[in-house]
Every structure is written in structure tokens, then in C-alpha cells.
Design a protein around this ligand. Structure first.
Ligand SMILES: Nc1ncnc2c1ncn2[C@@H]1O[C@H](COP(=O)(O)OP(=O)(O)OP(=O)(O)O)[C@@H](O)[C@H]1O
Length: 231
């Protein structure tokens, strides 16, 4: 269970507030206009963006001051952050040990993660030898391997075409179902949220609103979402 308690991030006169709880195992879309603070929200939860006020709690424990590595969080960004000089297996292995000194069990876990995202046999390829969809799968395998209970996706599949994106979202859906992880997913495509998310956090006008059931939100969209959806 993720709780944002009187959460505040501020730059000059720009601010983002949040005050809500996300139930365990929820699959939550994060929607809102460009510049509203969706990436900032995820970066703060992951520990890359300090808060100006408030607290972040995981299952009741205060994680506000923990460094990113000590948080129960795996985050996947749009550009996937693969290292071009490392193989697919090494890029995945970084999720376990930054120095890549993996023991036998850890190497087996890397193989298993690659297999789980459908990349068996691609372990020795470097990112330049992978398609966009395959590279996204490598990044997903790395996030998966960390076995964190909270998975944050900041538009990691935005650069992919609609068919590949749908395939990746289906894979994410399967993976979070298997692991019981809580998912927060930023998307510029409301259809993606409708496909995967059972609830939606709307970020607009300085506030990340508490999650509401996806069907309710789209049946009766608030003005900020109507603007965002283009009327
Ligand atoms: N390090 C920073 N310092 C100052 N302002 C920042 C910083 N990072 C982001 N901002 C500003 O904070 C606001 C929110 O940015 P953020 O990237 O979170 O929005 P977003 O909703 O994810 O946008 P988009 O949909 O375009 O990706 C923007 O006005 C942005 O310019």
C-alpha cells in the first residue's frame, strides 16, 4: 500500500500536491496534461525528486528519506536507459548488481527474466542489434528481475507503434498479475490506461487527484480530463 501524505513538490510558483493511498496490487494509470507533473510524481515516489513537504509511506513505513535503491520500487523510463556497450544479459544483470559480478543463481535469474519477456537467445546482443520493441523488453526484464513490489512506468513504450505498445502493455499486465505488484503507469494515450488500469490518478492544476475507477472517470470525465482528451 502506497500512501502520499500531504505530499508537496515545488519549483518557484509551480507546485504539485497529493494526499491519497493506492491499495495493494492496484493497476493505476497516471493521466494529465503535458507539464502537469506526472513524471515528477513518479520521480518523487522512486526517490529521484526530494519532497518540499509531506511523506511517502509504503505499507505504513516512512520511505521519504530512503535513497532510490533502498525503496520498494522499480522504475522504467521512456528511453529505457540501456547501456549501448553492454549486452542484453549485462543490461538486465545491472538490476541485480551494478558491478555485474553475478553468481550462478543471479545469472540464472537473468536468463529467466529474458525468457519471461520473450528474449531467449538474445542475451549476447547489444542494444544496437535490437529492435525498439526488443530493447523495451530488455529494460522491462531488468525492472522485473529486481522483484520490487511497486512498479513505476513513465511512458516506457511511448516510442513504439500501437501494435507493439499493446503487446508490451499486455506483457506488463501479465507480469504484475503474476507478482502481485502495484503498478503506476504514466501514459499519453488514455486508451492504454483503459486497457490496463483499474483506476486512474488525474494530475492537473497542481494536484495529483486520488485514484478513481477507470470506467467511472471515462464515463464522466472531469473538465481537466475533457481538455486533455481533446473535448
Ligand atoms: N528539475 C526541475 N526544475 C524545475 N522545474 C522542473 C524540473 N523538472 C520538471 N520541472 C517542471 O515541472 C513541471 C512538471 O514536469 P513533469 O515532467 O513532471 O510533467 P509531465 O506531466 O510529466 O509532463 P509531460 O507529459 O510533458 O511529460 C513542468 O512545468 C516542468 O517544466
Amino acid at each position: 500500500m502506497l500512501t502520499l501524505d500531504h505530499f508537496l513538490v515545488q519549483w518557484g510558483d509551480w507546485e504539485l500536491t497529493a494526499d491519497f493511498t493506492v491499495p495493494p496490487g492496484a493497476k493505476v494509470g497516471v493521466l494529465g496534461p503535458s507539464g502537469s507533473g506526472k513524471s515528477t510524481l513518479l520521480a518523487a515516489i522512486a526517490g529521484f525528486q526530494p519532497l518540499n513537504a509531506g511523506r511517502i509511506l509504503w505499507n505504513g513505513d516512512d520511505i521519504t528519506d530512503l535513497p532510490p535503491v533502498a525503496r520498494p520500487v522499480a522504475i522504467l523510463f521512456q528511453d529505457n536507459n540501456l547501456f549501448p556497450h553492454l549486452t542484453a544479459a549485462e543490461n538486465v544483470g545491472l538490476g541485480l548488481r551494478p558491478d555485474l559480478k553475478l553468481d550462478k543463481a543471479q545469472k540464472a535469474a537473468v536468463d529467466e527474466a529474458l525468457q519471461r519477456v520473450g528474449l531467449e537467445g538474445f542475451d549476447a546482443r547489444k542494444p544496437g542489434q535490437l529492435s525498439g520493441g526488443q530493447a523495451a523488453r530488455v529494460a522491462l526484464a531488468r525492472a522485473l528481475l529486481r522483484k520490487k513490489p511497486l512498479m513505476l512506468l513513465d511512458e516506457p513504450f511511448g516510442a513504439l507503434g500501437p501494435a507493439l505498445r499493446a503487446e508490451m502493455l499486455a506483457l506488463v499486465d501479465d507480469l504484475v498479475r503474476e507478482t502481485g505488484a502495484t503498478l503506476l503507469m504514466v501514459s499519453h494515450e488514455p486508451a492504454d490506461a483503459r486497457a490496463v488500469a483499474d483506476s486512474v490518478i488525474l494530475v492537473a492544476e497542481g494536484r495529483a487527484h486520488p485514484p478513481v475507477p477507470t470506467a467511472d472517470l471515462f464515463a464522466n470525465p472531469p473538465e481537466a480530463l475533457r481538455d486533455y482528451l481533446g473535448g
